[in-house]
Design a protein around this ligand. Structure first.
Ligand SMILES: [Zn+2]
Ligand SMILES: [Zn+2]
Ligand SMILES: [Zn+2]
Ligand SMILES: [Zn+2]
Length: 103
């Protein structure tokens, strides 16, 4: 029997396969949701279901394409912030103020 080693630590035998990336990983590198530690770090911090594609410009959380809303050419904000700010137009204004403050 050939034992597959964890593709993350290369030390322990793999016991599970990450459902996102398909890596074979040991018990130390898989979580209760079947996601490896590498994907866990790259996961949307809002829904925790999908891989993140970027940051919310307002709260700074990582978000996936379902949880982030594009507000202009380059910037995205999360649905929570969008809701909190009261819509896309208001969010764009808030972002503009935020950018001015930083600059
Ligand atoms: Zn491991
Ligand atoms: Zn993974
Ligand atoms: Zn998400
Ligand atoms: Zn946000």
């Amino acid at each position: 029997m050939v034992e597959t080693l964890c593709e993350i630590c290369n030390a322990k035998p793999a016991v599970a396969q990450c459902r996102l990336c398909g890596r074979h990983v040991c018990e130390d590198h898989i979580d209760d949701h079947g996601i490896c530690t590498i994907c866990r770090e790259a996961l949307c911090q809002i829904c925790g279901q999908r891989l993140a594609i970027g940051y919310c410009m307002i709260c700074g959380r990582l978000g996936c394409d379902q949880c982030l809303v594009q507000v202009d050419n380059v910037r995205r904000i999360c649905k929570d912030c969008l809701h909190r700010l009261g819509g896309k137009n208001k969010a764009v204004h808030a972002l503009r103020r935020l950018t001015l403050k930083i600059a």
